[in-house]
Write a protein that binds this ligand. Sequence first.
Ligand code: PLP
Length: 389
Amino acid sequence: MWQKLQARLEQRKAHDLLRQRLTLEGAQSVRIRAEGKEYLNFSSNDYLGLANHPKLIEAMQKAAKQYGVGSGASHLIIGHSEQHHALEEELAEFLGLERALLFSTGYMANYGVLTCLPDKNDLIIQDKLNHASLIDGGMASAAKMLRYAHADMDSFERQMKQPAESRLVVTDGVFSMDGDIAQLSELADSCKKHKASLMIDDAHGFGVLGEQGKGSLEHFGLTQGTADIYMATFGKALGGFGAFVAGSELLIESLIQFGRSYIYTTAMPAAVAAANRAGLNLIQEEAWRREKLAKNIDYFRRLASEYHIPLMPSQTAIQPVLIGRNDKTLAISRALKEAGILLVAIRPPTVPENSARLRVTLTAEHTTDDIDYLLEQLALQIKQMNEKT
Ligand SMILES: *Cc1c(COP(=O)(O)O)cnc(C)c1O
């Protein structure tokens, strides 16, 4: 085993695919400290700038004083506090759904849903670019999993024709590495026609999309009930940590009783739940953050096209710049770091082969000056790279 692992590591390195962590020396923010220097950050999912917001910090501190740090047990034993409970009720109320259920992470929520709800006679149908946690959950599920080409409705309809007792269609609301929004109206219509259920992972939509921040369904003017299973996380726009699944009483009660990744794990700390509540409150109170983000997205796209930087068809905070080759992408990312910009290279297997990219994420906290500097440097580095090769 160890010999094979050594070989795999060496192969990764040879293909410019080795991943390395950057150790931060301060809070998540547009300006971030690492390795003794300050960087302009374009790689964070903290879309609304809440991860270091005083109200979240205060909520967490206050709750830690009252509830301590460890939650002590799983939700079903003795770890479910009134902070968790209030957060679940506030989520259900905000979304207008019957119930919501907290999970320690989004990965566990997706894995739990897909391994617990459908059985061996059912079919899970997923977009090929869905998040890894959905793919992993689908592979571990007793149900058969089929995938369709990304956002390709013909490919989707072909998979829907496969025989099954029942079908569960699963899609990211906003695709995490491309930034495009799923065609939810079309998917929902087809689900209705085929009596299939629909699950949306709205990790990158919740808090950001829609006038009230209710996510990708609100973005299209669809009711929250359009999805039978709505999942989103606190670790992105809400600036906190953890995740939830929301929907019907039957959905939530089934997950509580049968969801192994819900049952067999320690509850998130009550103080984290309290911070998530503060985040949920801020996305409702401070709509200006979404408006500011939308302005930044517009500004970025306009200026990028002036610089002839090729963009992908994304209207969201995720604005990937497709480079292709791993070595080139890595080299541009390193040069930007030299220039004081953190823009992490996203490479396979996170994205398909030959589609390595610089995944720009914009936040409400970026200024037009920040975006000016990013694009000026990015254009320069891409040009120099093309002259070299
Ligand atoms: C981040 C993310 C997850 C995982 O959520 P965590 O809470 O970070 O585990 C799931 N789905 C999508 C689309 C994500 O972007």
